[in-house]
Design a binder for this molecule. Structure first.
Ligand code: FAD
Length: 491
C-alpha cells in the first residue's frame, strides 16, 4: 500500500477527478463540513483533462444555438447556465478572499463581443446569432448590437470580415489555470486532502458505495464517492456492472486551443467570439494577462481518448484566428498548444447527481460549458452529499437515466448534414459551385442508414454521429449492442 493512501486510512468523501468540477465539489463539500475528511484524487498531469485547455468563457448566452432552444431539455439547460452566471462574482471573490489569487487574477474579462462574419453557413451561423439575441431579449439581459467598425482590437482579412456584432454585458471569462490553482489552495485551506493518484475501480456492496481502488491496487474506504473524472467518468462508473447501461456513456469531445503572445503585447478588453458553429464551440479569443491571448477551439468527438493536437487541427485554428480576428496574429509567438477532452455524453446532456448505489454521485457530461456551470454544480453536489435537495432544476439531468431524446431523428440528421457542410465552408474549401448541393444530397442517405442500424429508439447527437460514421465496423457493432442493452435495461 502506498504511503499516502496508508496515511489517509479512510475518507468521508472521495472525489475522483481534479478538474474544475472535482475541485469545486471538493471546496464546497470541505467548506460545508469542516469535520469531514474530504479527499480529491487525480494526478497533477491531468491527462485528457478538459479544464486546462478551456478558454474559459463564462458563456450563458454566447453558448446558445437555435438547435438548443428548439428542445425543451435544451432550454432547461440554458436556464441553468443563466443561473450559474449569477454565481460567478461571489464565487471568484470567495476564492480570492482565501488568498488564493497568488498566481494572478482569476477573471480575465467582463464582457463578450459576438461576431457574425462572412465565414460559415447561413443555416447555422445566422440562425445561431438570432437565437443568442432571442435568448438575451427573453432574459432581459443587458446587451447591445454595435457597429462592427466600433469593435475594439480586431483587424480581419476583408474576406472574413464581420457583418454584425453583439456586445453581451457581464459575460466574461476566467483563466482556467489560475482557477485550478486557486481551487486547489482553497480546498487545502478548507482542510481537504489532494491525493495525486488515479482511481481504477469503484467498490460497492449491498447497494452502498464502499470505496475506491487506486491504479496501484490500494483500497481507500469512503462513505461517499463523487465521480468527476471528466471524459473518463463512465469507464469508472461502469466498474460497477449494475450501472454500465443505466448511466449514459461519455465520449471525448477533443478540443484544441492555443496560448499566444501577441505581436505587440496588445489584447482586446472583451472575449471576441463567433456563435457555436460546425460541430465546434465557434472561434473565440480570450484576453489573458501580460500580453497573451487564448485562441480556441476545435471539436472532434472521438470514440477513443486522444491526448495530443494534430497538425491539421492547429493549422485550422490558427487560420481561423488570423483571417477572422486579427491578421497581426500571424506574426505572434505560440506559447502553448493544448488539447483536452470535453466530457460528451451520448445523449448530449449533463450527468449530474446521485445513482441507485447509495453514496455514489456523478458529475460529468458537461461538454462545452462545464467550467461555466461549475459553481452551480459544486453547490448542488455539496447539498446532495450533505443530505439536502440540491438545485431543483439540475435534477432533470440526474445521471442514472434512459438517454434523453431531445430531438427527433429527422432533426438530428438534418443537423449532421448541415454541420458537415459548414465544416467545409469554414475550412474554407474551393469547389465547383454545384458540388456542395450535390454533396448535401449524397450525405443524407448514409447518415440515415447508420442511424437506423444503430438503434430504433436512440439517435446519437450530430457530432457523435460523424465520429461513428468514420469508425471501424466493429466499433459500430459494439455501439449497436450497447444501445440494445440500454433499451433492455429501461423497458
Ligand atoms: C478546448 C476546450 C475549450 C473549452 N472552453 C470552455 C469554455 O470557454 N467555457 C466552459 O465553460 N467550458 C469550456 N470547455 C469545457 C470545459 O472545459 C469542461 O466542460 C469542464 O472543464 C469539465 O470539467 P471536469 O472537471 O468534468 O473534467 P476535466 O477537466 O476533464 O477533469 C477531469 C479530471 O479527472 C482526472 N481523471 C481522469 N480519470 C481519473 C481517474 N481514474 N482517477 C482520478 N482522476 C482522474 C483527469 O486527469 C482530469 O484532471 C472547453 C473544453 C475544451 C477542451
Amino acid at each position: 500500500m502506498s504511503e499516502t493512501v496508508d496515511a489517509i486510512g479512510s475518507a468521508d468523501v472521495v472525489v475522483i477527478g481534479n478538474g474544475v468540477l472535482g475541485l469545486t465539489a471538493g471546496v464546497e463539500i470541505a467548506r460545508s463540513r469542516p469535520e469531514a475528511r474530504v479527499v480529491v484524487l487525480g494526478k497533477a498531469s491531468r491527462r485528457y483533462g478538459a479544464t486546462p485547455a478551456a478558454g474559459a468563457m463564462l458563456g450563458a448566452f454566447g453558448e446558445v444555438t437555435a438547435h438548443l432552444l428548439a428542445s425543451e431539455h435544451g432550454r432547461k439547460k440554458h436556464a441553468l447556465a443563466v443561473q450559474a452566471q449569477r454565481l460567478w462574482p461571489e464565487w471568484i471573490e470567495s476564492l480570492e478572499a482565501t488568498g488564493s489569487a497568488e498566481d494572478g487574477r482569476i477573471r480575465t474579462s467582463d464582457d463578450t463581443v459576438m461576431l457574425l462574419n462572412t465565414v460559415g453557413h447561413a443555416a447555422l451561423d445566422d440562425a445561431n446569432f438570432a437565437a443568442v439575441r432571442t435568448a438575451l431579449k427573453e432574459a432581459n439581459a443587458p446587451h447591445e448590437e454595435i457597429a462592427v467598425e466600433s469593435v475594439d482590437w480586431i483587424d480581419p482579412d476583408p474576406n472574413s470580415r464581420p457583418l454584425r456584432a453583439l456586445h453581451i454585458e457581464g459575460e466574461g471569462s476566467v483563466d482556467s489555470g489560475i482557477l485550478l490553482s486557486s481551487l486547489e489552495r482553497a480546498f487545502k485551506r478548507a482542510g481537504g486532502v489532494l491525493l495525486p493518484v488515479d482511481a481504477a475501480e469503484l467498490r460497492a456492496g449491498n447497494g452502498r458505495i464502499e470505496g475506491v481502488v487506486t491504479e496501484a491496487g490500494d483500497f481507500l474506504p469512503a462513505g461517499q464517492v463523487v465521480v468527476a473524472a471528466g471524459a473518463r467518468s463512465h469507464a469508472l462508473v461502469s466498474t460497477l456492472p449494475s450501472l454500465a447501461h443505466r448511466v449514459p456513456r461519455v465520449y471525448d469531445g477533443v478540443g484544441v486551443s492555443a496560448l499566444i503572445d501577441t505581436w505587440d503585447g496588445s489584447a482586446p478588453a472583451t472575449v471576441l467570439r463567433t456563435t457555436n458553429r460546425a460541430f465546434a464551440c465557434g472561434l473565440h479569443l480570450v484576453p489573458r494577462a501580460g500580453g497573451s491571448v487564448y485562441i480556441g477551439a476545435t471539436n472532434a468527438v472521438c470514440l477513443e481518448p486522444r491526448g495530443a493536437a494534430s497538425i491539421e487541427e492547429a493549422v485550422f485554428l490558427f487560420n481561423c484566428a488570423i483571417h477572422q480576428l486579427h491578421r497581426g496574429l500571424n506574426g505572434s509567438g505560440i506559447r502553448k498548444i493544448q488539447a483536452g477532452s470535453r466530457p460528451a455524453s451520448i445523449d448530449g446532456f449533463p450527468l449530474i447527481g446521485g445513482t441507485s448505489v447509495d453514496g455514489l454521485w456523478m458529475l460529468s457530461g458537461t461538454y462545452r460549458d462545464g467550467l461555466h456551470m461549475s459553481p452551480l454544480i459544486g453547490r448542488h453536489i455539496a447539498s446532495l452529499v450533505n443530505g439536502g435537495t440540491g438545485v431543483g432544476e439540475l435534477a432533470e439531468f440526474h445521471p442514472e437515466r434512459e438517454p434523453i431524446s431531445a430531438w427527433s431523428r429527422e432533426e438530428i440528421l438534418r443537423d449532421v448534414v448541415r454541420h458537415t457542410m459548414a465544416t467545409g465552408y469554414e475550412f474554407p474549401w474551393r469547389l465547383p459551385l454545384e458540388w456542395p448541393h450535390l454533396m448535401e444530397t449524397f450525405l443524407e442517405a448514409p447518415f440515415a442508414e447508420l442511424a437506423d442500424r444503430l438503434s430504433d429508439t436512440y439517435t446519437p447527437p450530430a457530432d457523435l454521429m460523424t465520429a461513428i460514421m468514420f469508425s471501424e465496423r466493429a466499433e459500430q457493432d459494439e455501439l449497436v449492442a450497447y444501445y440494445a442493452n440500454v433499451y433492455r435495461e429501461w423497458h
